[in-house]
Design a protein around this ligand. Structure first.
Ligand code: MIC
Ligand code: SF4
Length: 754
């Protein structure tokens, strides 16, 4: 069930009829995104046109992908859904829990040992319910999915925000919380607000130091971290066709960083080459036959302004390499302006570590381009000044680049090859000395660079660039170095310049692998036992959340008014906490510990209104819970940006927070909150954020007539006896209101089983 050619065939067999039905109702030429969305309607062929950004629509995704850190919660929920098998092909990938310390072999052995209980749980649940299982060391979910499962015209959801990577192979692939995955695996529809469409027209052709990564680094600079919210980004134009399939994957991958629902490219010869190169000539042949439906209509691409809500044009021939950061992925600097920016801002110019790989940039092409730079270090007598690490995206890529001699090149330059896993990208990095919290700089080919993310040190300035730029910077050891123009002094005292990178898209001798790390599920899993020990500190069976009490909520305490950026890394940190991703009570001890308290500008220090004392956020909330008092969290713009981790919604739910009130939400997080039965509210007037005071007791009014498109009211009872009443908006539809009333969506599925 994990790979299902029959499923792909069915999608293609029905495509013509479905696209034609959509054409009739939409009544104008169609973008690629619309074709795929309308071809995946839960109710079959389209009978009505949906309003972008407004209509909630039920979809029928073809596949589900889950990674180990989110799969635990997704599958703990699925176990309660009472289904014998998953309803659509699904896979689990063990990639997030491996800590980078000494190099691939040792780190993998340690992970297998330390995470034994979790891996056994995931492997047995997968076996039982018909889910394909990719063992630790097999690779990072998005790379493995691109190599094995993604297909043009398909629709997939995955419990990781970078699921969108598969847009590089023409798929509408969307990151979701585990509860959404649980629904789809249980055979239910998956709901999404019909997205707005952003068109990105690519002209020209890449050359020199510029790579596909620079397209998305540039787009992130234009659209910012929230500019893609509620939208799907569709890339097209002659420039798009010239990019390799994996390069397209990189661009789509980092579309998560602009908040886009997903990004996509139309089917072309590069995708066909990649499918054939990865052993799927049959899929390519089938796609060729329906190729007209796997790209947008010519009229759309000729006059994009008429069909997209927003259009951006980028000329690849003029695009410069970019470096984005620090602390946010949308602070975009063209290479030629970066050195001045570093000096002006006073960021540490000395580069400590360069890290390449991750799900964003670990294709054969990426590795060969970076290796062409690393080779020059050796050839030109340069000694790399920074530490350098490589995380291959999959065992297939690792095995192939080792066979072709590229890993040796990195090692010759002093690089350390880490396990095929997320590693430093998600804080699974035992970085020597990070605890000293020194101000320092690192540069990665990853996608995110939020504070503390990689090594837990808030003073690490993390920058994002392409693997070849990262490699060049690691050789120079200096962020003010511009490889396109500057020279370096080698060990003989000569001035040498690095030549432009050169890469190979697909291995000339083909991909190879000895053990890809895949375990197929049992044909009949009914006898497979899934055991969760009651005393485990890593796994905990879920208790149903309580249903809504049927009244307005009054007497809630303000838990925290978070100031500024509050990503899912701030709400539920990864790194050392990843080990508790299957244990809701234990992981709740990290709730909001990274958020900055507006009133004292400190992290993890809030006033307990019952005692007047300051304490950590989780401890304060546990005190409210013990006293049976609900609370509310207030936040700024784009609250919950970043990850799909539903722990960021389940922890407050578990600890008794009743509502999250913010200026705006990131999409996945907002849905996660709704699914778990929380109230996700936004200020009708964002300036009302200023009215929230530290000692407020808060009432939420209007819940007894809670309805779609109808604002609620909030009364702020200030400590001095005065009051403010403010209006708050929400985006709940009727069904989502039922989730709230039932105490969470899972309670509704549970009820349907009995
Ligand atoms: C991330 O890049 O932040 C993660 C870790 O892959 C997350 C998923 C998680 O928190 O487990 C994501 O992007 O969704
Ligand atoms: Fe893993 Fe990093 Fe990719 Fe997330 S962004 S899936 S942590 S490699």
């Amino acid at each position: 069930m994990a790979f299902d050619i029959e499923m792909i065939k069915k999608v293609y067999d029905n495509l013509d009829a479905k696209v034609n039905a959509a054409r009739k109702v939409v009544n104008k030429p169609l973008t690629l995104t619309e074709k795929i969305l309308y071809a995946h309607l839960w109710d079959g062929e389209a009978s009505t046109a949906y309003e972008r950004g407004k209509s909630y629509v039920d979809f029928a995704p073809d596949r589900v992908a889950m990674q180990d850190a989110t799969a635990q919660m997704a599958l703990l929920q699925f176990m309660q859904a009472g289904r014998p098998q998953v309803a659509v092909p699904s896979t689990v990938h063990c990639d997030h829990l491996i800590q980078a310390k000494e190099g691939a072999d040792k780190d993998l052995a340690t992970a297998n040992n330390q995470n034994k209980e979790v891996y056994e749980f995931l492997s047995s649940v997968s076996n039982k319910y018909g889910i394909g299982f990719w063992k630790p060391g097999a690779g990072i979910i998005h790379q493995v999915v691109l190599e094995n499962y993604a297909f043009p015209g398909g629709m997939m959801i995955g419990t990781d925000s970078h699921t969108v990577n598969a847009g590089g192979l023409g798929m509408v692939a969307i990151g979701v919380g585990g509860a959404d995955a649980c629904d789809v695996m249980a055979g239910l529809a998956w709901e999404l607000k019909f997205p707005k469409l952003i068109g990105v027209k690519l002209t020209g052709k890449l050359s020199g130091w510029t790579s596909a990564k620079d397209v998305i680094l540039k787009v992130a600079g234009i659209l910012t971290v929230k500019g893609g919210t509620g939208a799907i980004v569709e890339y097209f134009g002659e420039g798009a066709n010239s990019l390799s399939c994996t390069g397209k994957g990189t661009i789509c991958n980092m579309g998560a960083e602009i908040g886009a629902t997903t990004s996509i490219f139309g089917y072309d010869t590069k995708m066909a080459d990649y499918l054939r190169g990865t052993g799927r000539a049959d899929v390519a042949a089938m796609a060729d036959k329906v190729a007209a439906h796997l790209t947008g209509d010519a009229e759309v691409y000729a006059n994009p302004e008429q069909y997209f809500d927003q259009v951006i044009e980028i000329n690849l021939s003029e695009l410069e390499p970019h470096i984005n950061g620090p602390f946010t992925p949308d602070l975009a600097w063209p290479l030629s302006k970066f050195a001045a920016a570093v000096k002006e801002a006073g960021w540490p110019a000395k580069l400590e570590v360069g890290l390449i790989g991750s799900c964003t940039n670990s294709s054969y092409e990426d590795i060969t381009r970076a290796a062409s730079i690393a080779q020059q270090a050796v050839d030109k007598n340069l000694v790399a000044k920074s530490e350098f690490t490589i995380t291959p995206g999959s065992e297939q890529v690792r095995y192939t680049v080792e066979r072709d001699g590229y890993l040796k090149i990195f090692e010759n330059m002093g690089g350390v090859v880490l396990a095929n896993a997320c590693g430093p990208c998600i804080g699974q990095w035992a970085r020597h000395g990070a605890e000293k919290q020194e101000k320092n700089s690192i540069i990665t080919s990853f996608n995110r660079n939020f504070a503390k993310r990689a090594d837990g040190n808030p003073n690490t300035h993390s920058f994002v660039a392409s693997p070849e730029i990262v490699t060049a910077m690691a050789i120079a050891g200096d962020l003010t170095f511009n490889p396109a123009t500057d020279t370096l002094t080698n060990s003989k005292g000569e001035q040498v310049k690095l030549d432009e990178p050169k890469g190979i898209e697909l291995p000339i001798k083909g991909f190879a692998v000895e053990d890809a790390g895949y375990q197929a599920p049992a044909e009949d899993g009914s006898k497979v036992q899934v055991l969760v020990s009651e005393t485990s500190d890593r796994l905990q069976l879920l208790e149903p959340f309580k249903a809504w009490e049927g009244t307005d909520l009054s007497g809630l305490k303000l838990l925290i008014k978070a100031k500024g950026k509050c990503t899912t890394d701030h709400i539920s940190m990864a790194g050392p906490w990843l080990k508790f991703r299957g244990h809701l009570d234990n992981i709740s001890n990290n709730m909001l510990i990274g958020a900055i308290n507006f009133f004292n500008e400190k992290a993890d220090s809030v006033k307990n209104q019952l005692t007047g004392e300051y304490g950590s956020v989780p401890a304060t909330q546990r005190a409210y819970k013990a006293a049976n008092i609900g609370s509310i969290v207030v936040g700024d713009e784009n609250y919950g940006e970043g990850s799909s981790r539903e722990h960021a919604a389940m922890e407050p739910r578990h600890l008794g927070v009743r509502a999250i009130l913010v200026k705006s939400f990131a999409r996945i997080h907002e849905t996660n909150l709704k699914k778990q039965g929380m109230l996700a509210l936004t200020f009708a007037n964002p300036a009302d954020y200023d009215k929230i005071q530290e000692d407020d007791t808060i009432d939420i009014i209007g819940l007894t007539s809670f309805a779609a498109n109808k604002p609620l009211s909030i009364v702020l009872n200030h400590a001095d006896g005065s009051k403010d009443e403010i209006s708050v908006n929400h985006t709940y539809n009727e069904q989502q209101i039922e989730w709230f009333k039932a105490g969470g969506a899972l309670n509704i599925i549970r009820a349907s089983v009995k």
